[in-house]
Design a protein around this ligand. Structure first.
Ligand code: ATP
Length: 221
């Protein structure tokens, strides 16, 4: 353990787990890369803080990795659903706080939910949703599904919005959406007041129903 730094571990270094590992490492985060495949572990030793060969369906092996105290463990085992479930179960049993798991299908999702996975990811589905949002509006920077119905959306304010206050745009009344924060240059304005004047290039972080957010981005950007 290195001080109080947030520690991440990624189990399974396929395309998804590999991308998560590289990105965390590139962002200067402490990341332990784990896979049963020796060649992948060798490859990822250059893109992680530590890389280890291990079969994570074995409780003793997981315990020996000292993974219990990691803040986030991402289970990115794909095809072998049984191994993914067993690994998740062991991680939750030994008390890992945040276990995020890639799911292959709805059945896999249901089991993961039951055994306490903290976040279940469907990379293709999630990416498809985001791409659709980008297609509808190039100004949508990010899009996170919160529930089946609600989302959080980050949009870049265009010149059409610039110079208006939040209350002038009347986002809450007209679209039933809430601007929870605004990124302006390097400053984060939390819960902006109704009189806040939007500037071109501001990143508005909004929460609302998916249909309402889409309507907002179609009409106002
Ligand atoms: P992607 O689509 O992200 O490439 P995938 O869905 O094809 O991934 P797999 O290739 O099946 O996923 O699994 C990802 C990795 O998980 C593989 O490199 C595999 O070696 C590793 N893996 C599978 N089972 C275990 C296990 N029990 N312990 C550790 N690693 C495992």
């Amino acid at each position: 353990m290195m001080g109080s730094k947030v520690q991440y571990a990624v189990i399974g270094l396929g395309r998804f787990g590999g991308a998560v590992t590289r990105e965390l490492f590139n962002m200067g985060r402490e990341v332990l890369a784990i896979d049963a495949n020796e060649d992948l572990v060798r490859e990822y030793s250059s893109y992680s803080t530590h890389a280890m060969i291990a079969n994570t369906t074995d409780e003793a092996t997981i315990k020996a990795l000292g993974i219990k105290n990691f803040n986030y463990v991402i289970v990115a085992i794909g095809d072998d659903i049984q191994a993914s479930i067993l690994t998740t179960l062991i991680l939750k049993e030994i008390g890992v706080e945040n276990v995020w798991v890639k799911a292959q299908n709805e059945y896999h999702h249901k089991v993961l939910e039951k055994i306490g996975a903290d976040r279940i990811i469907h990379p293709e589905k999630d990416m498809g949703t985001r791409i659709a949002q980008h297609l509808v509006s190039q100004h949508v920077i990010d899009y996170i599904s919160l529930t089946e119905e609600h989302s959080m959306m980050e949009i870049k304010a265009t010149d059409k919005l610039a110079g208006k206050t939040l209350v002038e745009v009347n986002i809450r009344q007209r679209y039933s959406c809430t601007v929870v924060a605004i990124w302006r240059n390097d400053e984060l304005i939390m819960t902006p007041l109704p009189g806040e004047v939007i500037q071109e290039g501001d990143i508005l972080m909004m929460i609302g129903k998916k249909s309402d957010l889409t309507q907002f981005s179609e009409k106002e950007l």
